[in-house]
Design a protein around this ligand. Sequence first.
Ligand code: VG1
Ligand code: CO
Length: 543
Amino acid sequence: MTALTIATQPIAGQKPGTSGLRKKTPVFMGPHYLQNFVQAIFDAIGGAAGKTFVLGGDGRYFNDSAAQIILKMAAANGASRVIVGQGAVLSTPAASHLIRLNKTDGGIIMSASHNPGGPEEDFGVKFNMGNGGPAPEAVTDAMYAITQTIAEYRISDAPDIDLNAVGRVTLDGMVVDVVDSVTDYAALMETLFDFPAIRAMFAGGFRMRFDAMCAVTGPYGTEILENRLGAAPGTVTHGTPLPDFGGMHPDPNPTWAHELMAEMFGADAPDFGAASDGDGDRNMVVGRGIYVSPSDSLAVLAANAHLAPGYARGLAGVARSMPTSAAADRVADALGIGKYETPTGWKFFGNLLDAGKATLCGEESFGTGSDHVREKDGLWAVLLWLNILAVRQQTVAQILAEHWAQFGRNYYSRHDFEAIATDKADAMVAALRASLTTLPGREIEGMQIEAADDFAYTDPVDGSTSARQGVRILFADGSRIVMRLSGTGTEGATLRVYLERYAPGPEGLDRDPQEALAPVIRAAHALADIAGFTGRTTPDVIT
Ligand code: VG1
Ligand code: CO
């Protein structure tokens, strides 16, 4: 068996977005497409020679054959060892954990996360660094630059190896360790949470539904919730990962996780509901008859994390992405701990976590996590909620009501307008940017605009800067509009409009968010002329 050098040519558009490179599956399966990008990854990190990596994916269509290609390329590039999840399957947080646990030089995760999977849907690849976190922009920029000049890649002509059997094999001299996908991750969870307390709660009749959406968290949820914590068999639904996610759109929000929502708002709803996304890093949390907005979830977790053993010493700080509501900031202020505001995407939290500045991080897009790994972690968030529920012995609704009574409520919603023609979306954002200097002082919907800018971030640890991360319009009464275009889609543009309004209480804490936000929503449409530029008046997804 030999390492072959294959001549290739640059392929346009291999630019990683918010979280890795995502394209339609047929594009990824096209000639040299995956190979060029994987070679660019290895070259961007100074080569693979002598290095150890983790490899796994969310199990979507093409996951298995992509894994074989990546392994053969790692071998031909001189890697010494690759740790692979059984069946080439690992949730994103489990991959992050394996990188850290085994002190590897990084890992390759095959996932398009919450994007649908299948022969005609989406596929993706991203690289995580030795800290377990997504490659920072400097590294993804280097990958992209290499894809624009690439002339050859290296790949072994060895036959495929069996990735379904746990154990050690070699591939052209490179060690391949196939490990159980769940075991190490489940063990980590046991170190963070009070499993006996949660087990006692389930034994006392507590009922839960976990919708794995036919994606990667099925086996993790079944092992941890049902086998280790004693939740009733059948607690996990859609628990078998399928290459096309059973046709489901594995994005845990009220629109796509509608089966869970219907159950949680129906008669005989369980006490607690949750869902996760394609690669297991997102979570949606629902109480009986009450939806928990992800921004509120982060704030509640920050206020109560000390109730779980892994966080009993308290938090160093809380970080949130800029579009996430300021609810977590209020908790940080009350606790007297650090608070940080980063651009969208988990890669921006890595330095804060590594430097010990933040312990908990969150995004409004159903992402919450902590310094236990360097990715957001869906099941982790579910387990922290369960731990809090077990200690406080209250319902989700009671916990939220008490939280708002103490801190006030940041009414929050995100409106997504999907599959807009890219030129129209770009024109709208350009016009909005151009208008920013004229906005301060203007009054709209009875609210005074105080400031307007395009969010720019300077990393407090390494000083790196990221500009144009989302337009912000800030009102004197604390309300806020944020608009940005998605960086994870594969078709046209998705406009995300983030809406926020603060109610200090004690009155007015129980309103419907869409109604409470109505003036802010109208202001957003007027200021950006969404209908004029895009022809759209109603969002496709509301979270
Ligand atoms: C979206 C979310 C962002 C998240 C990213 C990756 O990005 O808004 O908060 O970090 O997805 O999550 P964008 O650019 O489409 O808004 V995942 O679970 O898809 O890896
Ligand atoms: Co995800």
